[in-house]
Design a protein. Structure first.
Length: 134
């Protein structure tokens, strides 16, 4: 469920619309229109720092329904360890078309290799979420 909130000043001037989104726990959150690049950056830095919960939270609902957080963490931890960790990561080539977006994350691995991964994103109730790697 979501609700649009319009702020009106004492002079009857309206300001930007903010969307309030109710999550599955019935908590209300402000949905800020952040670009899909922010989701990819959050995901990128979470993986680099070993924060698998934050990385998992960037995934779309359909992806989460197919993969538990524990399974996600185990798989990613093994991949990152085998590569000697993630030394750095950058986001590029982000494009948006309506409720869909794509973008590339370049991972610089601890073993000196680099890896480019293209991700597809979907807008879920005002939040960009990663729908899969392409």
């Amino acid at each position: 469920m979501s609700v649009n909130l319009t702020v009106v000043s004492g002079a009857n001037q309206t300001s930007s619309v903010v969307t309030l989104v109710q999550d599955k726990d019935s908590s209300w959150k402000i949905s800020m229109p952040l670009p899909p690049s922010m989701t990819l950056m959050t995901f990128c830095h979470a993986l680099k720092n070993g924060d698998y919960q934050t990385a998992y939270n960037q995934l779309a609902g359909d992806v989460k329904n197919q993969l538990s957080e524990a399974a996600y963490e185990t798989a990613n931890r093994q991949q990152v360890t085998q590569a000697g960790g993630i030394a750095n990561c950058t986001v590029s080539n982000v494009g948006q078309s309506g409720p869909l977006a794509i973008g590339t994350i370049t991972f610089i691995l601890g073993n000196g290799q680099s890896s480019n991964t293209d991700y597809s994103l979907v807008n879920e109730s005002g939040f960009w979420r990663i729908n899969g790697a392409r």
